[in-house]
Design a protein around this ligand. Structure first.
Ligand code: CA
Length: 229
């Protein structure tokens, strides 16, 4: 579940925000002072932080700056003063969004969701940067679902792509047609192991220089296939 930290000294506002966010399925924690809020933000993992500007202990400017030095978590800054919002924008403290109080709870929820989705996309894109399988002349980009053979992109159907990727990620392992069918197709899907043979043939036409003498996907007679390294 996504966790949100609210750092807000006005209890009624903090509680209202918490209620609405919890109704939207988020887990919410509240801190009422800047310094304790900062500690919690640094010590625990949150998916987003809602940070008030005027706070006891340490003001929102400082809290935002200090969180940013350590973490990329989205920060949504709120203030009762429009002027302050303009000022923090100008300071470039690294907050992701700003809201002037009072705001409607539904607007808050909408913004929280938007920032969370954006952040998750960002994080998952970064994680997937390494999601590339490269074996000799073949490069499989799992994120973009693209295959390049000697630098040239080849078009693959979904199942062809899944099958090639599975074999390439388990090089030198011999799989039976039954195993491949189970792995790539749903158990209840229409078809049989002949489907595997057909797909291997199509993949070979795209990746092999000479399909009669395959260099990548080898047929192990009477057993199945393996991706040769
Ligand atoms: Ca305040």
């Amino acid at each position: 579940m996504s966790r949100i930290l609210i750092i807000e000294d006005e209890e009624a506002i903090a509680d209202l925000e918490k209620d609405y966010l919890e109704l939207s399925g988020f887990e919410v924690e509240i801190e009422h002072a800047g310094d304790t809020g900062l500690l919690k933000a640094l010590k625990e993992e949150f998916n987003l932080i809602i940070l008030d500007l005027m706070l006891p202990g340490m003001d929102g400017f400082e809290v935002c700056k200090k969180i940013r030095e350590e973490k990329n978590v989205p920060i949504l800054m709120v203030s009762a003063k429009k002027d302050d919002i303009d000022k923090i924008r100008g300071l470039g403290l690294g907050a992701d969004d700003y809201m002037t109080k009072p705001f409607s709870p539904s607007e808050l929820v909408a913004r929280v969701k938007a920032h969370m989705a954006r952040y998750e996309r960002l994080v998952s894109t970064n994680q997937k940067t390494n999601d590339i399988v490269e074996i000799r002349g073949i490069k499989i980009d799992k994120t973009a679902r693209r295959v390049y053979v000697d630098g040239e992109e080849k078009a693959f159907t979904t199942k062809e792509f899944d099958l090639l990727t599975f074999l390439a990620e388990n090089p030198n392992h011999v799989f039976t047609k039954e195993e491949l069918f189970r792995e790539i197709w749903d158990m209840d899907s229409i078809g049989d192991i002949a489907t595997v043979t057909v797909h291997i043939k199509k993949i070979r036409e795209k990746i092999e220089f000479d399909t009669a003498n395959p260099q990548y996907i080898e047929t192990i007679w009477g057993v199945g296939y393996r991706f040769k390294v």
